[in-house]
Design a protein. Structure first.
Length: 112
């Protein structure tokens, strides 16, 4: 799947959507990223990333039912597509190959 290079933020968002599964919507994604990655992201940054990834076919979205607690506004839910899963696997494979090539002594010295 050449040409689908993920940035770190895109990768984190995709993985977070997969972790949240059926509960992946804007606020829950933002909250989960804050909890797991200690990154406080803006709604705008998240919305932009989600829109771009949907345009690329990495995710798909749909609107849920209207909710009285949200003033009648429905939540937009997200799901990672097969293309998105493949892009994540490709990114992980590249990183794993690079980590495996780091000389052991250097790895122990700098990270161990």
């Amino acid at each position: 799947m050449k040409g689908t290079h993920l940035g770190e933020f895109q990768e984190i968002v995709l993985l977070t959507i997969m972790v949240l599964d059926d509960n992946a919507y804007g606020v829950s994604i933002k909250r989960e990223i804050k909890t797991r990655a200690d990154r406080n992201i803006s709604r705008g940054a998240l919305h932009t990333a989600l829109s771009r990834m949907e345009e690329k076919g990495l995710i798909k979205s749909w609107q849920g039912e209207a909710n009285k607690l949200r003033g009648g506004m429905p939540k937009r839910y997200y799901e990672v597509t097969n293309k998105g899963v493949n892009a994540l696997k490709e990114a992980k494979d590249v990183r794993d190959q690079l980590w495996n090539e780091v000389p052991r002594l250097r790895l122990q010295h700098n990270y161990g």
